[in-house]
Ligand binder design. Sequence first.
Ligand code: ATP
Ligand code: MG
Length: 283
Amino acid sequence: MELIALSAVSFAYPDGTRALTGIDISIGAGERVAVLGANGAGKSTLFQLFNGLLRPTMGTVTFKGRIVEKAYLKEVRRMIGMVFQDPDDQLFSNTVHQEIAYGLINLGLTGVRMEQAASWALQVAGLAGYENKSPFNLSGGEKKRVALASVLAMQPEVLVLDEPTAALDPIGAAKIIKLLNGINSELGITIVFATHDVDAVPLLADRVYVMDKGEIRLSGCTAEVFARKDLIRAHNLRLPRVAHLAELLERDGICRLPALPLTIGQARKALQEHLARGGTGNE
Ligand SMILES: Nc1ncnc2c1ncn2[C@@H]1O[C@H](COP(=O)(O)OP(=O)(O)OP(=O)(O)O)[C@@H](O)[C@H]1O
Ligand SMILES: [Mg+2]
């Protein structure tokens, strides 16, 4: 089932900045989709159109086939959970527990049901024990997890995350990737995320839209998109590091793998197979 769809969408900010032009996007239930683009490409602007925080200047935005407009906003915002780029834009409560409870109370949950939903989200986000801390006294990575937990508690159908791995240390980034993959596979929640972290994309996306200067320049499954090396670079991005290494090994005549590996796991398997074939160079 198609959830989020944008058709011929353009958007300009009130000061005249043309942030999006002619965007066509379709996101189906259960997908894991990356919107990849350099700084200023239009990713955050695009995400704000999904749930009606911004209205398109031209074109249409639909959720489950219905146009995202005033009368539909409450429902859309219940179904699309938005985790902002900067957790400080999202967090406002005195304690982590209040932060999670706020959205649940707004949904009409009280008492035991509210507490159960809150502790479930805290548990999933690895925040058990943080209930009474102030969100403002947490580290950047912990704040991100509180923002995620507060959205997840409401059990949205789609999680839209703006730069989920930005400002996280390597362990923190790996944890959030694992967490989001679990949320997708175990809870069936659709994941859409914006990033310029090319190394994270193959670990967390089945499909990619590449944006540059407010337009979608390339889209397809993750392997197809990264196979367009020149285009990726033309849009101020790069290949995942392991893919770049494979490219250099091939260029230097050391080994040629049948497909470009995008993750350490893929590279390891491809190299093992290459060595098992007795391959040493570009034979
Ligand atoms: N409130 C605003 N008013 C005017 N122009 C804006 C506003 N917010 C963003 N822009 C402009 O819109 C364009 C797209 O910005 P956007 O924040 O969507 O990019 P982004 O891809 O999310 O970038 P980043 O990776 O840095 O987060 C940029 O040229 C930016 O300067
Ligand atoms: Mg942004």
